[in-house]
Design a protein around this ligand. Structure first.
Ligand code: 7TS
Length: 411
């Protein structure tokens, strides 16, 4: 199954606009994707036809709103092959990871424990652990990287050797290097070394681009975010193994997440509601369900294949440019479509500004991965990232902008 990009582009209203009197070339989907009409329609319909609160209502509108909300949960669970009761809606990946930090790591880890993570994490998957460490004093170890930006799997056995790693937090796909990590193998290794070790995967850059199978990965927690997968902002997901979630106290408390409240105590609601306090982002959850339908309709395998081919062409084009270096793997079998690069003697912000003149949107900066920037020995990178609505027509403006920046600033 191949992807027909011109047809797909028509689904995305923003892609029809121009900037600086030129065609918009959106190469920043790793930061946030665009939204197809089908997702916008579902959210509009909620607001225009049956806006009301969920779960509590006995009237028609509230039933429809509840169907939208709980229907979306089933769609997200099916999309990722996760249990419905372990599919928890959060504000974004950041909140999903913080839920685990507060309801698991801060309750279970202490001095003598080790949390293992990597040098390539987004701040969302480092800062909660550094923060918890300040209070609890556990040790944090890091899996280092190889020269070409992969996890150094040869270093892992020694990091797990003493059996003290009781939590592993790792990204599925790097937002800077594009590297796809073998999280299934890592999870198995961590549990071999310590059967009690729990594993969290940050799937923010994976779920939009790869077919993700939560049950098959054999991990305990898996976090992702709606706005990078054609869904709206304001909604993310924590997938969790119900057996583990059952043992955890709630994160936020208040309405909706209780079964009973007495003056002398409280009984938590069942999963997944125990972890969803207060009125949720109903329209956005519905929009995320529609995004799952949209991506499923196109096919995640087809999306992956399309991105692989386009990324290969982009890497070739960049490799042909003097003074341009790509960070991260060059083999598209082990990388996704986020391509960070440097141009000798040119600050990434100047590259970004010059590309903007060509109508090209790329992200420049540290990409919320400052430890990784230090490992790479840079302050910032420029990053082009590809999605299902990009194609080879987007590459010439990218190359032109990079060449203009190089020739203007560095020579
Ligand atoms: N984890 C990874 C791997 C990410 O790429 C991001 C966002 C997050 C977590 C946080 O997602 P949020 O929805 O909770 O904010 N990454 C980026 C990026 O690369 N550029 O802007 C946001």
């Amino acid at each position: 199954m191949t992807i027909d990009v011109p047809t797909i582009r028509k689904d995305f209203p923003t892609l029809a606009r121009e900037v600086h009197d030129t065609r918009l070339v959106y190469l920043d989907s790793a930061a946030s994707s665009q939204t197809p009409r089908a997702v916008l329609d579902v959210m509009d319909e909620y607001y225009e036809r049956y806006r009301s609160n969920v779960h509590r209502g006995v009237y028609r509108l509230a039933e429809e709103a509840t169907d939208l909300f709980e229907g979306a949960r089933h769609k997200v669970a099916a999309f990722t092959n996760a249990p419905v009761e372990g599919t928890i809606f959060t504000k974004n990946s950041t909140e999903a990871i913080n839920l685990v930090a507060y309801s698991y790591v801060r309750r279970r880890l202490g001095e003598g424990d080790v949390l293992l993570t990597t040098h390539m994490e987004h701040h969302a998957n480092i800062v909660p652990w550094l923060h918890a460490q300040q209070d609890l004093g556990f040790e944090i170890r890091y899996i280092p990287l190889t020269e070409d930006g992969r996890l150094d799997m040869d270093a892992v056995p020694a990091l797990l050797d003493d059996g003290r790693v009781s939590f592993l937090a790792v990204s599925h796909v790097s937002n800077v290097l594009g590297t796809i990590n073998d999280v299934k193998t890592l999870a198995a290794q961590a549990r071999d070394a310590n059967p009690g070790c729990r594993v969290l995967v940050d799937g923010s850059q994976a779920v939009p681009h790869l077919a993700v199978d939560f049950r098959d990965l054999g991990v305990d927690f898996y976090a992702f975010t709606g706005h990078k997968m054609c869904g709206p902002t304001g909604v993310g997901v924590l997938l969790g193994r119900p057996e583990v979630l059952e043992t955890m106290p709630p994160f936020l408390t208040g309405g909706e997440m209780i079964l009973d409240v007495r003056l002398d105590g409280v009984t938590w609601n069942e999963l997944p509601h125990k972890f969803e306090a207060g009125t949720m982002m109903i329209a956005e959850v519905g929009g995320l369900g529609a995004a799952c339908d949209y991506l499923t309709g196109i096919g995640m395998d087809a999306i992956r294949e399309h991105e692989k081919q386009l990324t290969a062409k982009a890497l070739d084009a960049l490799a042909g440019l003097d003074d341009v270096t790509v960070h991260g793997p060059t083999d598209v079998e082990v990388r996704g479509g986020a391509v960070s690069f440097a141009v000798d003697g040119v600050h990434p912000h100047d590259i970004g500004a010059m590309l903007d003149q060509e109508g090209v949107c790329v992200r420049v900066g540290h990409h919320c991965a400052k430890p990784l920037m230090r490992v790479l020995g840079v302050n910032a990178t420029a990053r082009a990232s590809f999605y299902l609505y990009n194609d080879a027509d987007d590459l010439p403006p990218l190359v032109r902008g990079i060449e203009r920046a190089r020739d203007f600033f560095a020579r």
